[in-house]
Design a protein around this ligand. Sequence first.
Ligand SMILES: [Zn+2]
Length: 611
Amino acid sequence: MKKISILFISLCFVLSCFSQQINYSLSFPNISHHEINIELIATHLKPGHVIARMSRSSPGRYGTHEFGKNIYDVKAWDSKNKPLPLNRIAGDIFGVTQEDGYVKITYTLYANHPDGTYSGVDEVGVHLNPPSAYLWLEGLDTLPVTVKFSLPQNSKWKIATQLKSTKDSNTFEAPDFQYLMDSPVKIGDIIFKEWNEKNRNGGMVHFRLAIETSSPDSLISIFAAKLKRVTEEVSAVFGEFPDYDFNEYTFLASYRPAMFGDGMEHRNSTMIMFPTKFDGNNDINVFAHELFHSWNVKRIRPKSLQPFDFTKSNMSGELWFAEGFTHYYGELIQERTGNISLEKYAAWNIADYLNLIFNTPGAQRYSAVENSREAVFIDVGSGIMDNTTNYPNMFTSYYQYGASIALALDMELRSRFSLSLDNYMRNVWLKFGKPEIPYTIAGLQQVLEELTKDKDFAKDFFAKYIYGNEKFDYHKALTQAGFLLQKKYPGQAWMGNVNLKSKTNLILSKTIMNTPLYKAGLDENDQLVSLDSIIIDKPAQLSEILTRHKPGDIINLVYKHFDVIKTTRVVLDENPELSIVLFENAGLKVTEKELMFRNAWLGSKIPGEKN
Ligand SMILES: [Zn+2]
């Protein structure tokens, strides 16, 4: 027996049957002060120099982050637990030489910003977005990984994650580095609601709502039932659910004051968090949006984001599709599930897209592709905005910009081809998403050409609205559904929308290009003194003064620019804000044909459901 085992060991050595692996252990000895102790052990390495680094970006959030700023007490150890010299190569890059195929690196993570990008820990629970937490070893990204959580003693915390569970309920596995980084973890007093959905291939998909809230269980059950309907309505767009790993998708949700409002998509889960009280209904559109992403962006993946580079921001010209079309569907699903009224959907959601693309300089100056590329600077997450930029005058959100393109394409497919955007999304899914072939914009155009069998239409649509910044005729298109697009304040004099500080009348936001105030030379930090020769005591007076005028009138404005009093003349304009109302609410007759169009677009796609 002994002989056999020696032979076995030597064979193992030659064949490397003790395979290389990365193991993380997380413990929580100082949660009151938001610290997590992390240990990274790599085994069976080739002796030599190892580089460890923190990420500078996180999938789904397109700006650059310096996650290295939140780790300290970084130390390295050999297999006998003796310290190894650690060389800090850059702020977030460390080098260590190991000689026996083993290295352990320990460090402390400060985690006090629980949102879709950063991590958080406190007495209530743990919220982990992996790129903000894990040091990783360069060149070893194909190695399998385990993560073990040592929970505080006597805690009744539960762990929820898309990672593969093991026999030890506190240890999880990921096949490689990219998978680990896409697998957020929520630990705490979690309540689970679970249900199954049939998939087209005959299998079942297991859905889990893992939620942290102090609200009663009855509200969570009501919400879970609504969420079930959302999952069905989203899958009806694509015709099937993706093949989630382990046939499971998890909504990780937190409603508690420590949270920063956010939602972040992942391959088999989503992390959603709000500081507000959970009422059994709030923010379900975010759940729909993030679930839609498990098709559109996690599997229907732009080539520009594949593979994701954690050392820098990842620029993508396709976010008008990845985020914008998802934004369109996140809200459309609310209408299809009957969660919001037609009036609100028209007045809030569609009017929001159209006001942005008609009334913001970014959409007048730049295409949807160019606006998408700005995400590397603007998409930095909650509460970390950069005020040094001129974004209000050169950027329009690719969420609403993309949603307006989705709306235009939906209208065109319905009215010209008796098809719909659902058909288009399904074809994009079958061509790129299901086989997981990263797409380009040219590929998206090709799918439109194949679907409509009209090469000129596809070419023209992409040239005008995606590569170019022409504006679609929404007025005419929405009429088909009995929706009236009109000016919200026709004939009303207007100077521009600005935030004024109460009492001092200081302009708190940048003035917007082509508005009367901008053209008159006023900008952020200027202080209004008098308008039309009337001293302004409070911001509300401005609208009173403007009601006495009409667009085209020229009025005097006195303002203070730091210490200097200045006088200028403002040429008033008509308020350009748009609104959308149902024909029947505008005193117009809505025809049977218009109602049919409306219902085909906004009604439920689940067989047997009426909405
Ligand atoms: Zn999104």
